[in-house]
Structures are given as structure tokens and as C-alpha cells.
Ligand binder design. Structure first.
Ligand code: LMR
Length: 440
């Protein structure tokens, strides 16, 4: 049988291996919620609640021993009781648990994302997950609130939730790190200041991932300026393959698909091969040259080059800002959807002939884009978490010149964070006319 044991020196809940027998997956055990005690002992990270993945549990749980009885008194609601697998679950073949870290976990994007992850939208209905939520001291109570809502949702696939404010604890063994938390640009704050403040967060998180995450962790950076934050994170995590770092541009791709569909009068599932090139900023390049509608080049369907070059391009580049004006805050639900899309694109084979956009490390790319930056490009995946760059891409003068502009911006951003990437002194000569999509 398996017991969950609380170790007095740490906040971890773990199985006692000697108590695992060799057969059957009939029971799993949820164990306790320890925040009141843990916060006084150690605020930095707290295992909130945990269950044991069925494939780890070998026999029915017994009544609590005196050792775990004390712990039982601290546990929270439903996670204190022993849960017997339902009849159909005993015959189900579960995959082994995937550990997913989410930073900015008490924020609006996460408030959508976590529930999507827990419901199996990314990894499917036979894939149990553990969510490791990273917040700040300031957001700790909200983090508890998120954990409680996850608890109340009774997701069968959600086997563990832990919360903390120390990335070295939260990132332990994670296979995915979704880095959402970042400071928004405040009034009067220079873009260089924003790069510096957020860069420091991502340098720290890169170091933590390097120290404690799975060696093949996939990292998706969402916090802005996400391309350069991803570069900083990568440079501070030399033991993790650079190829594993992504900056989220899938939201921009989705926005571009929607605009092309609207203009062509088709549903958006008819739009494919849309690339976002470059930076997640107003210099990004939504590529209509390679885009297809019903398999036909978009330019042959939308015979309005002026609209494509001007209105379409600008609408996608500035969509985030328009949304902020409407909502009074950044996009959240559609960003969460696009994170799910971005993850799913890496864990399922790309449909034949199509590709998806993601900001990745430039290291021997076939498009002539400067090396050693994070640049959004067209990628394909076999569904193994890895990707390759699409080769069947065409360029014209307009596309090339726009790519050069977004490349120049990313190179300038990189110079501006030299002190955080190990390249020495920073030198900030950012182009004044470029902004995050949310800045208008
Ligand atoms: C978005 O594209 O919606 C966001 O990145 C906007 C922002 O600056 O928060």
C-alpha cells in the first residue's frame, strides 16, 4: 500500500516506497492541506495538497498510523479523505504524472489556463498532471484561492497542486514551465526599465530551472517582453537545451487567422500556414504571403494587397492594445487558449502541410535571420515536444523588409539586457517607435 508522508523538514508529501506492493491500481490517496502550519514555518513554498497517481499506488490504503494522524488533522476538506478509484478507472491505463509549473499563477491568464490544463485539454483524458503554482509574497493569498478553486473543481486528472514563491522549490522536476508572471509597464516607466525589471525575474527563473527542473523541460515564456525574457531565461539555463525555450506568439497567429477569415468570409478553420515572424510587439510580421485559405494562397483569395499590407498587418500588431482599451486590462482568456494551442502543437503531430508559429532560439535557421535571439518562425512538430523549422516558405521584398525591422528591434532588446545574458554591459538603443502589443 501507499501512504502519503509529511516530512517535518520539508513541505513535501511523498510515498513511502517500502509500503508499495507490486500489484493493482485500485486506490489512490489524497493527503493534506498544510498551509497554516507551513506558512509560519516556511512561507516560500508550500505543498498544498497532493494525491498519488494511480499508477504509483499498488493496494488499498490502510487507516492512518499515529505518525500520519497528526498530519491528517491539518489536511483540508476533500483532500483529507481516501479516494477509491471508480470501477471504470481500475481498468484504465494511466500515463505517468506530468509536472507543470505555472508562474503568475494568481493572475488572470492563469485563472483560465489552469482549469484548461486540469481538464485534460492539452494532454488528453488519460494523462494525470501535477500543477506547481508560482506566485509572489503579495499574491500568496490569491494563490491559495486558486488552489481552493482547483480543489472544488474535482478534476479527476489533477493529482497534485502545490503553491510557492520560491522558483527553486516550485520548479523541482517540472517537465513544462509556463512563465506568465511579469510586471506590467507602469506609468512613466521606460521600455528599457521594463526589460530590466522583468529580465531580472526571468534570469532568476532560468537559474532555478537550470538547477532543479527536468533536463528536458519545455519552457513557454508569456510575460512581456516575452521574446527577450525567453532569451534571458535560456542564457541563465545552460544545462537545458536552448531549443526547449519558446516565446508565446501563438496568440498573434490566432489573431491573424481570425482577421484573414473575416476578410475572406470563411470560418477560421479554413485558414492555415499563418506565420508570425519576429517579436511579440508592434513590429511583429503577420505573414499573408505564405498564408492559405482553403489551401489556396491568401493573396489569391483576398485580392486587396493594400488591405493585407496595411490594415491586416496593423490590426494584428495592435490587437492586444485595442483589447486593453476595451477591457481595461490585457487579454487573458484568449492568451490562455493560445498557450494551450502552443502546447498542443508540440505534443501532437502538425497536420500535413501546415505549421504553427512560436518564438524560438535562432541557431542555424534557413531564413537568414540573425542568430542568437528568440524569433517567431514557422515550425512543425512530430508531437514529441520537439519541433523543426518549416522549409517550404517563400519571401518577397515586403516580407523581407518587415522581418528586418522586427529583427533589428530584437537585436536592440538583446543589447539592452547584456547584463542579464552574461554578455557584459548593457547598451540600450531601442527604436522609439516600437511597443508591446498592449502599449498604444
Ligand atoms: C497581448 O498581446 O494581448 C498582450 O501581450 C498585450 C500586453 O501588452 O499585455
Amino acid at each position: 500500500m501507499a501512504l502519503a508522508e509529511f516530512s517535518p523538514s520539508s513541505t513535501k508529501t511523498r510515498l513511502i516506497p517500502s509500503q508499495l506492493s507490486s500489484k493493482s491500481t485500485t486506490t489512490h490517496l489524497y493527503s493534506g492541506y498544510r498551509l497554516p502550519v507551513l506558512r509560519s514555518r516556511r512561507l516560500k513554498s508550500a505543498k498544498v495538497f497532493c494525491s498519488v497517481a494511480p499508477n504509483q499506488v499498488q493496494a488499498p490504503a490502510v487507516a492512518p498510523t499515529p505518525t500520519n494522524k497528526a498530519n491528517k488533522a491539518e489536511c483540508f476538506g476533500v483532500f483529507c479523505v481516501t479516494y477509491d478509484l471508480r470501477a471504470e478507472e481500475t481498468t484504465k491505463s494511466w500515463k505517468s504524472l506530468i509536472n507543470i509549473a505555472v508562474s503568475g499563477a494568481a493572475g488572470m491568464i492563469s485563472n483560465h489556463l489552469l482549469f484548461k490544463l486540469a481538464s485534460g485539454e492539452v494532454f488528453g483524458q488519460d494523462q494525470p498532471i501535477a500543477l506547481k503554482l508560482l506566485g509572489s509574497e503579495r499574491s500568496f493569498q490569491a494563490l491559495e484561492g486558486v488552489a481552493m478553486e482547483l480543489e472544488d473543481s474535482l478534476y479527476p486528472l489533477l493529482r497534485e497542486v502545490s503553491i510557492g514563491i520560491d522558483p527553486y522549490e516550485v520548479f523541482q522536476d517540472v517537465e513544462w514551465a509556463l512563465l506568465i508572471g511579469a510586471k506590467p509597464r507602469g506609468p512613466g516607466m521606460e521600455r528599457a526599465d521594463l526589460l530590466d525589471i522583468n529580465g531580472q525575474i526571468f534570469a532568476e527563473q532560468g537559474k532555478a530551472l537550470n538547477a532543479v527542473a527536468s533536463r528536458n523541460v519545455k519552457v513557454i515564456v508569456v510575460g512581456n517582453p516575452c521574446n527577450t525574457n525567453a532569451l534571458i531565461c535560456l542564457k541563465n539555463a545552460p544545462n537545458i537545451p536552448a531549443k526547449n525555450f519558446h516565446a508565446l506568439t501563438r496568440l498573434d497567429e490566432n489573431r491573424a487567422k481570425c482577421q484573414l477569415a473575416l476578410k475572406a468570409g470563411v470560418f477560421y478553420d479554413k485558414v492555415s500556414n499563418v506565420t508570425i515572424w519576429g517579436n511579440h510587439s508592434t513590429t511583429q510580421v503577420p505573414d499573408f504571403l505564405n498564408a492559405r485559405i482553403n489551401g489556396v494562397p491568401a493573396k489569391e483569395v483576398i485580392k486587396d494587397p493594400k488591405w493585407l499590407q496595411e490594415e491586416f498587418t496593423e490590426r494584428v500588431q495592435k490587437r492586444g492594445g485595442v483589447l486593453i482599451q476595451k477591457w481595461g486590462r490585457s487579454s487573458a482568456a484568449s492568451t490562455a487558449v493560445s498557450i494551450v494551442d502552443a502546447m498542443r502543437s508540440l505534443v501532437t503531430p502538425t497536420p500535413e502541410g501546415d505549421w504553427f508559429s512560436t518564438g524560438v532560439y535562432t541557431n542555424g535557421n534557413p531564413y537568414g535571420i540573425a542568430e542568437d535571439i528568440i524569433f517567431s518562425m514557422p515550425c512543425r512538430s512530430k508531437g514529441d515536444g520537439d519541433y523543426e523549422l518549416a522549409k517550404d516558405v517563400i519571401f518577397d521584398d515586403f516580407l523581407r523588409s518587415r522581418i528586418k525591422r522586427t529583427e533589428a528591434e530584437l537585436l536592440a532588446e538583446k543589447r539592452c539586457v547584456g547584463h542579464l545574458t552574461g554578455e557584459g554591459n548593457a547598451y540600450c538603443d531601442l527604436p522609439g517607435d516600437t511597443m508591446l502589443p498592449g502599449e498604444q
